[in-house]
Design a binder for this molecule. Structure first.
Ligand code: TRP
Ligand code: SF4
Length: 333
């Protein structure tokens, strides 16, 4: 039995930016696995989406639905985990306000994701030099701290935010001499990070992704478009797996056969066309069970709504408890 002071609660969120793809697998697999051991809070970070998409909000409701269906289809279990929408727990906004009082601007300006993103989107002609975007890490800290999360499964890009969450928690507890906030730990995925079919980072915006809801012919098309070893012109030329995108996928989806694949590639025993065909089959097989569940959910929109409502109600209970402590500590009853 886990005791009171052992790690026991998981909190994580994703922004509703479109369908999930194989690049999200490592975080998703963590989410699914952690349900067996922890009390999990999984939410759609729709307020976070607004920090960059405040001018074009019309797609957000559909993206929320798609995201939740993606989650449920891969095995997020709403009977064990709280699955909900960030903005349906309004206490988070209150905690965000209160934590913003104690968070130095210098911490936020120093945050690498802030500088990078303002610069990157600025180059695309979009000005996100806003109060809301600057406060992104404070909002994320509020998401985690309000549910007293101990573990936060995220991608590597989120580590600076996790570190700031810990700093904010420490500062709060120290300043008001309380133990109201729990310092969370990040948990990185174990599955190797998959590149996009063109070898760059997998991203919907590069159009190089394989979505987890992809149909068989889409999977085939994407795998066919993958970059292989460019020096291998004929089948009789020895291959170099280390430079091949197909190979990186083989390492994840054909893990059990990887030694044979490596030998066959280097020894020119298998052609790239055949190699791609086998990979496409392996990915397709991997996605098959998800498709079944997705079909059910798409046929029954009410089920998704019910899941989100029940999730928000359960999450709110915890959020209210924490806010009681926070208000007391800061004398803002
Ligand atoms: N910032 C995270 C991302 O872009 C999403 C997120 C928001 C989150 N709140 C969170 C993740 C709390 C973990 C915990 O991926
Ligand atoms: Fe890549 Fe497979 Fe071709 Fe080797 S045989 S280069 S692993 S596609």
């Amino acid at each position: 039995m886990p005791s009171q002071n052992q790690i026991r609660r998981v909190v994580s969120g994703m922004r509703p930016t479109g369908k999930l793809h194989l690049g999200h697998l490592s975080v998703l697999e963590n989410w699914v696995r952690m349900q067996d051991e922890y009390d999990c809070y999984f939410f759609v970070a729709n307020w976070h989406a607004l920090t960059t998409a405040f001018e074009e909000t019309e797609d957000i409701p559909k993206n929320i639905r798609d995201l939740v269906i993606d989650w449920l289809s891969v095995g997020i279990d709403p009977l064990r985990s709280k699955v909900f929408i960030q903005s349906q727990v309004k206490e988070v906004a209150e905690l965000y306000l209160l934590l913003s009082m104690i968070t130095p601007i210098s911490w936020l300006e120093r945050c690498p994701t802030f500088k990078d993103q303002v610069h990157q989107l600025g180059e695309q002609g979009k000005d996100i030099n806003t109060h809301g975007f600057l406060g992104y890490p404070v909002l994320m800290a509020s998401d985690i701290l309000i549910y007293k999360g101990n573990l936060v499964p995220v991608g590597e890009d989120q580590l600076p935010h996790l570190e700031m969450t810990r700093e904010i928690a420490r500062r709060f507890n120290h300043m008001y001499d309380v133990k109201a906030l729990t310092e969370p730990q990040a948990l990185l995925g174990e599955v190797a990070l998959l590149p996009g079919v063109d070898g760059r980072k997998m991203s919907k915006s590069y159009n190089n992704d394989i979505s987890i809801s992809a149909a068989t012919d889409e999977v085939n098309r994407r795998v066919n478009a993958m970059i292989t070893d460019p020096t291998r012109i004929r089948k009789s030329d020895p291959g170099h797996p280390e430079v091949c995108t197909v190979y990186q996928f083989n390492r994840v989806f054909r893990k059990d056969e990887i030694d044979q694949i490596t030998a066959d590639c280097r020894g020119a025993q298998v052609g790239c066309v055949a190699c791609k065909k086998m990979l496409a089959q392996a990915i397709d097989q991997f996605l098959t069970p998800f498709r079944e569940r997705r079909r059910e959910l798409e046929a029954n929109p009410k089920e998704v709504e019910d899941v989100l409502q029940a999730g928000a109600e359960k999450a709110s209970l915890e959020a209210r408890k924490t806010m009681g402590e926070i208000r007391k500590a800061m004398n803002v009853e």
